[in-house]
Design a protein around this ligand. Structure first.
Ligand SMILES: [Zn+2]
Length: 82
C-alpha cells in the first residue's frame, strides 16, 4: 500500500547549504553610500560622528575626515572651488 504522493515534501528538506567562503567575493559587494548615493565596493568607512551607514572612500575623505577636524560640512559644500 505505498502511495506515491511524496511530492509535497519536495523542497521542504533543508539541504546542506554550506557556504564556501572561498567562493564569496567580499570585495565585490556593492553598497550604496548614504551620503552621496553612489555605489561603492568594499567595507566602506565609519561615518562617525555622523549617524548613518558606512560611507564610500570619497565621502570619507571629503566629508567625514574634515568633520572630525571640526570643519563645517556646509562651508565645504559652499566652497567646492577651493
Ligand atoms: Zn559617498
Amino acid at each position: 500500500m505505498e502511495k506515491k504522493k511524496s511530492k509535497k515534501t519536495k523542497g521542504l528538506k533543508s539541504e546542506n547549504q554550506v557556504i564556501n567562503l572561498n567562493s564569496v567575493k567580499f570585495e565585490e559587494e556593492v553598497k550604496i553610500c548614504p551620503l552621496c548615493g553612489k555605489p561603492y565596493t568594499g567595507w566602506g568607512n565609519n561615518p562617525s560622528p555622523l549617524e548613518m551607514d558606512m560611507v564610500c572612500d570619497e565621502c570619507n575623505l571629503n566629508v567625514i575626515i574634515p568633520l572630525r577636524f571640526g570643519i563645517d560640512i556646509t562651508s565645504i559644500q559652499k566652497n567646492e572651488e577651493i
